[in-house]
Design a protein around this ligand. Structure first.
Ligand code: SF4
Length: 293
């Protein structure tokens, strides 16, 4: 198999085969991220992809699921993505479920009809690292789109019948804009009605512009209590009935599961309990040990 480091496997599907159809990230500018900094965005040749598919056909011939790599393979335009999906179906004829990560801007280069065609070829689940629905925050972290783009592009995914995840990056707006980030994100996410909302807490990793700004006093990061309070505000304002997951441990509290609206009160209560009684020093120590996403 041909893999270019770093390889990010969706942690919720640890056994799915991986197939590299892109290398790196098309954007590579988000101020909190260094994950693909040393990797130039590229697309392997179809010959290389077919070599990997032949290997998968020999090792997991009955695979029904597959994850495409790398940061945002959904950036591939329709006329590049469709032939890859056709090859996947050819080599792995039992495939039912192709998953890829993408940026909101990656939906722009495809019509609803093209998205429907990709879904019919198996690409039926996309995760969007949205991070925020607040325009000030999106500009501050250089995400490269605005809230109206999120709503517009997610509506296309819904119309095409492609399920999508949206992630909220807890803490990325800093202290002063925390409430706007939480409330506006919840409003935008609710409008988009994703199948799943994931949240992760900001860690300032070495090499990120946001850490440099924090050291220079230009970014005021939230402490663990502030992160929990912001997450609670986000949850309180979220009104779509999605699956809800947290990417990071919150003091051992299990907030993850389906039927968000039925569980919303419990989640809010658990977060409030954690704010009042949680071992926030331990949470800060755990976060400080993280080396990467
Ligand atoms: S957060 Fe995602 S889109 Fe932004 S630079 Fe990192 S990999 Fe690329």
């Amino acid at each position: 198999m041909h893999f270019t480091e770093p390889v990010y496997r969706n942690p919720y599907w640890p056994t799915w085969p991986l197939l590299e159809v892109t290398r790196g990230c098309t954007h590579n500018k988000c101020k909190f991220c260094t994950m693909y900094k040393g990797v130039k965005f590229g697309v392997p040749s179809m010959e290389t992809i077919e070599e990997d598919l032949a290997e998968l056909a020999a090792t997991v011939p009955h695979a029904r699921t597959i994850q495409l790599l790398s940061a945002n393979p959904f950036a591939l335009p329709y006329d590049k993505m469709a032939p890859i999906l056709e090859k996947i179906n050819e080599y792995l004829p039992e495939i039912e479920h192709v998953y890829a990560a993408g940026r909101v801007t990656d939906v722009r280069n495809k019509t609803v009809e093209q998205l429907q065609a990709l879904r019919e070829l198996g690409l039926n689940e996309i995760s969007l690292g949205v991070e925020s629905g607040d325009d000030w925050t999106l500009g501050r972290i250089d995400k490269g789109y605005r809230s109206e783009d999120i709503v517009e592009q997610c509506a296309k995914l819904s119309e095409a019948g492609i399920d999508f995840w949206m992630t909220f990056l807890n803490g990325v707006a800093g202290r002063e804009h925390s409430r706007d980030h939480a409330v506006h994100s919840a409003e935008v996410f609710s409008k988009c009605n994703p199948m799943l909302v994931g949240t992760g807490g900001l860690t300032l990793f070495p090499g990120t512009p946001l850490l440099d700004e924090a050291r220079a006093g230009e970014f005021d990061p939230l402490d663990e209590r502030g992160l929990l309070e912001e997450l609670k505000t986000f949850v309180e304002h979220l009104t779509c009935d999605c699956e809800f997951i947290t990417h990071h441990t919150i003091g051992g509290v299990n907030l993850t599961g389906q039927n968000f609206l039925a569980r919303k009160g419990q989640i809010v209560a658990a977060l409030q309990n954690e704010i009042e009684y949680g071992d926030l020093d331990r949470m800060a120590r755990v976060r400080a040990m993280k080396a990467t996403l």
